[in-house]
Design a protein around this ligand. Structure first.
Ligand SMILES: [Zn+2]
Length: 214
């Protein structure tokens, strides 16, 4: 059975492709939101009044041995609500596409997070370079921490484990939310005093059970 693709099939849902260009070793996919209107993030009112446009270039998953960059056309809309303080706002894309100010698409960010968790910062950095998507060691650590922040408010059961900053040489402590199976923080060493200090400043969990993960 023959399968037919449109250019949109290669993009995250909610985007339309305008043009695909190969620039040196990078595939640039020029695209824009499929929606004709946007809601003001301050008051929620829907606007169709486009004020201006600009471009963002989040990195996307590599393809066919080449880096991929989305060239996203972002519209600024006017908000006409009388008592809204935002006169102009930039449209937001669905979270599955990319976050505001993010340098990567959400699907690439997901891969970065998994690599960082599986390998640790420096090995993940080396593997990413081989996979056509160079990212720094700090990028992997930041991506894990940002997952962490979202989870830390309703902590009840945590687990701790060693985290290799540099395999065989330097270890930190990984703190996980065991109920949601998510990483919530990375501590710079594996001293019990550091974990105790973290518990004192963490968002006051009502009952915390600490278990070292195997
Ligand atoms: Zn508004």
């Amino acid at each position: 059975m023959a399968l037919h693709f449109s250019r949109r099939d290669f993009l995250p849902a909610g985007l339309k492709a305008d043009q695909i260009a190969l620039v040196e070793n990078t595939i640039r996919i020029h695209s824009h939101s499929a929606k004709t209107a946007a809601s003001c993030p301050h008051c929620g009112r829907i606007s169709r009044h486009v004020h201006s446009r600009y471009r963002r270039r989040p990195a996307d998953l590599p393809a066919h041995g080449r880096a991929v960059e989305l060239v996203l056309l972002v519209r600024r809309f006017r908000c006409r609500a009388m008592n809204c303080s935002a006169k102009i706002f930039a449209e937001r894309f669905p979270p599955a596409v990319t976050r505001p100010y993010a340098r990567r698409t959400s699907r690439l960010q997901g891969r970065v997070r998994h690599l960082g968790l599986a390998l640790g910062g420096r090995p993940a950095q080396a593997l990413a370079a081989r996979l056509q998507r160079p990212a720094s060691k700090d990028t992997f650590l930041r991506s894990i921490r940002s997952t962490a922040e979202a989870a830390s408010s309703e902590l009840r059961v945590i687990g701790i484990d060693d985290w290799a900053w540099r395999k065989g040489q330097r270890y930190g402590t990984l703190i996980c939310d065991l109920e949601r199976r998510r990483v919530i923080d990375i501590l710079p060493d594996r001293e019990p005093a550091t974990v105790e200090a973290w518990l004192r400043v963490s968002p006051s969990p009502r009952s915390v059970l600490i278990s070292r993960l195997d």
